[in-house]
Design a protein around this ligand. Structure first.
Ligand code: HEC
Length: 137
């Protein structure tokens, strides 16, 4: 009897802790995406376009980008330090240059969360400022 009571109390506590962690994480991600939207408009939209569609054979798309979804670290590195050389997005090869934009690590995290959760992309695993700061050239 006592054991059952303790066990159910433990279950209730665990469920409460886990679900509040989840909703906290959801809120952080939502806020980061909102900030990332402004950064996108200021720094990325000219090349990657309002719906992330890019420009055929010139600027790769971010919308439904297999590159972005499969190469999280390389994408962060490219946004942080610039990106040049061959790169394949959805079967199309680009060989161009994206200059670094001088964003701070938290801004890179925000814009990554924005582009990874828009236009057909989805990633619940939030990019943090710490993750960005650990990525070196
Ligand atoms: C001046 C045009 C330009 C701007 C501005 C620009 N990019 Fe890019 N971006 C490119 C080009 C060109 C490439 C491909 C570079 C290559 O061929 O190696 C690229 C590649 C990428 C990639 C990897 C490929 C893909 O499509 O998934 C990501 C992610 C990306 N850019 C995100 C961003 C973000 C986020 C911003 C704003 C903070 C931004 N870019 C601003 C031109 C630009």
């Amino acid at each position: 009897m006592k054991k059952t009571y303790l066990l159910s109390l433990f279950t209730v506590l665990t469920v409460t802790v886990v679900s509040s962690q989840n909703s906290n994480q959801d809120t952080l991600l939502k806020e980061s995406i909102e900030r990332g939207s402004d950064i996108y408009t200021d720094f990325c939209i000219n090349c990657h376009m309002p719906n992330g569609e890019g420009m055929e054979n010139v600027y790769p798309p971010l919308a439904n980008s297999d590159y972005l979804m499969k190469n999280r670290e390389a994408s962060i590195r490219g946004i942080k330090f610039g990106q040049e050389g061959e790169l394949v997005v959805n079967g199309v090869t680009y060989n161009s240059v994206m200059a670094p934009m001088g964003l701070s690590d938290d801004e890179v995290a925000d814009v990554m969360n924005y582009i990874s959760n828009n236009w057909g992309n989805k990633s619940d695993d939030i990019v943090t400022e710490e993750e960005v700061s650990n990525i070196k050239k």
